[in-house]
Design a protein. Structure first.
Length: 215
């Protein structure tokens, strides 16, 4: 898929899974289960052991089936490493213009983090494809709606505190898609290696996103 096609698919499905785990060997299995449930956007955070290797393995195993991203990227050096490992998109909890510039140079989707309207617009003007509103826990869906009022051109994705109950509210407020962490990548399910259960939960999130878009 081209970069534009990848962005369209992330928006269409409405959900990007954010994976944080202490067991690098589980990462590929988690990705496969999520994809089976319909979540095509999978963000593997660099705070997870073996993240770079997992991105490489997942990009090979799920080529054509998933859009694999690297999260918690703080600098351009890390961004370049994960790109070479196969990452399709780069996500950061902060705004680093050098990371944005590197991603633009190599034609990769870049999603920097921002909290205030000024930071959000700065990220957008620097070349962000979508701006990650983080942490969304403290802001809620109304913040997305409020920011989109004067800044309708800016694409936003909230991460932090998003779950099955409020996912629809964020999408109806104007979010392109949402980032969902532990509420989707459930620790108990992962600990039990219940991959069928994880796929089922992922399907619930995709269904909720589709229903929200239809309203």
């Amino acid at each position: 898929m081209t970069k534009e096609e990848q962005l369209r698919r992330l928006t269409e499905t409405g959900v990007v899974a954010v994976i944080r785990t202490q067991d690098g060997d589980e990462l590929v299995s988690i990705c496969e289960a999520l994809v089976e449930g319909g979540v095509v956007g999978v963000e593997i955070t660099m705070t997870s052991p073996g993240a770079t290797e997992a991105i490489y393995k997942a990009s090979k195993a799920l080529k054509g089936k998933a859009i694999i991203g690297a999260g918690s990227v703080l600098d351009p050096e890390t961004a370049r490493v994960v790109m070479l490992a196969g990452a399709d998109f780069i996500v950061s909890p902060i705004l680093n213009k050098d990371v944005i510039a590197l991603c633009k140079r190599y034609g990769k989707i870049v999603i920097p983090g921002a909290f205030t309207p000024t930071e959000i617009l700065t990220a957008w003007e620097a070349g962000a494809d979508v701006v990650k509103v983080f942490p969304a826990t403290k802001l809620g869906p109304e913040f997305i709606k409020d920011v989109k009022g004067p800044l309708p051109q800016v694409k936003l994705t909230p991460t932090g505190g998003v779950n099955l109950e409020n996912l629809g509210e964020f999408l109806r407020a104007g979010a392109e898609f949402v980032g969902v962490g532990s509420a989707l990548v459930n620790k108990r399910i992962v600990a039990e290696k219940d991959w069928a259960g994880l796929a089922s939960l992922a399907a619930d999130y995709i269904k909720a996103a589709q229903e929200a878009r239809e309203k």
